[in-house]
Design a protein around this ligand. Sequence first.
Ligand SMILES: [Mg+2]
Length: 242
Amino acid sequence: MPALRLVCFDLDNTLWHVEPVLVRAERETWDWLVAREPRLSIPFDAAWVRDKRALLLRGRPDYVHDLTALRRDAMYRTLLDAGVDDPTARRIAADAMDVFLHLRNQVELFPGVLEALELAHRRYRLAALSNGNADLKRIGAGRLFDVVLSAESVGRAKPHPAMFERALTEAGVAADEAVHVGDHPEHDVLAARGAGLHAVWANPLALPRPDALPTDVPALDRFDDLDAILERIAAAGQPSRA
Ligand SMILES: [Mg+2]
C-alpha cells in the first residue's frame, strides 16, 4: 500500500476567502491610480479596468495562465484610453501592480488553517498549487511549503495536469502517494484525480456539495479535521481515478 507523502493545497478559497480581498485590493489600487494620474477621471473607474480585463481575456485566452500580466495590461490600456503616453502608462501600470499585489496578499486565513498546516508540515511534504497570484512568503506561510507552484510559474493553469505533475516531480513522490486539497470541483478535485492523486474537497465557505463531485471524495469543512482525513486517505490506499 502506498504511503501518503505529499499534501498539495489550492490557496484562494481553500486557505482564505479571496473575494473580499480582491474587492478591497481593486478598490484601493484604483484610488492609488487616480491619485497618481489625475487624467483617470470620469468615465474611467475600477469597473472600466474590469471590463478591460474581460476584453483582453476574450482576445487572448492564454492570459488565464498569467493573471498578473492580465491585471497589469488592463491598467496599462486604461491609462492609454485616458490619454497617458505609452512609456508613462507602462511605468504607472507596473507600479500599480505592485500596490495591488501588496493588498492582494493581505489575507485572513480560515480558522485552524495555520495549526493544521503546521501539523501536516511535520508529517508530510507540502505543496501549494494556485491558479492565482497569491504570495505565500508575503502571507507568512512560505516556510511550511516545500513546493510552491502557480499557473504563472508553470505556464499552465489547473485543471491542466502540468501543475500536479510538476509538484510530484519536485517532491519526488508518485501520484498515488499524494493528495490535493482544493475548493474547486473541476480545477482541484476532478483535475487532481485525473492526474492520479487522491483529492479532498475543501469547503470552508460551507457551500452545498456540487453534483459534479464523486460521492467518495471527502469534504473538509473545518481545518481541524484535516489530519484525520489525511490519515483515512493514507489507510485506504490507492486513489480513485473516477
Ligand atoms: Mg480555489
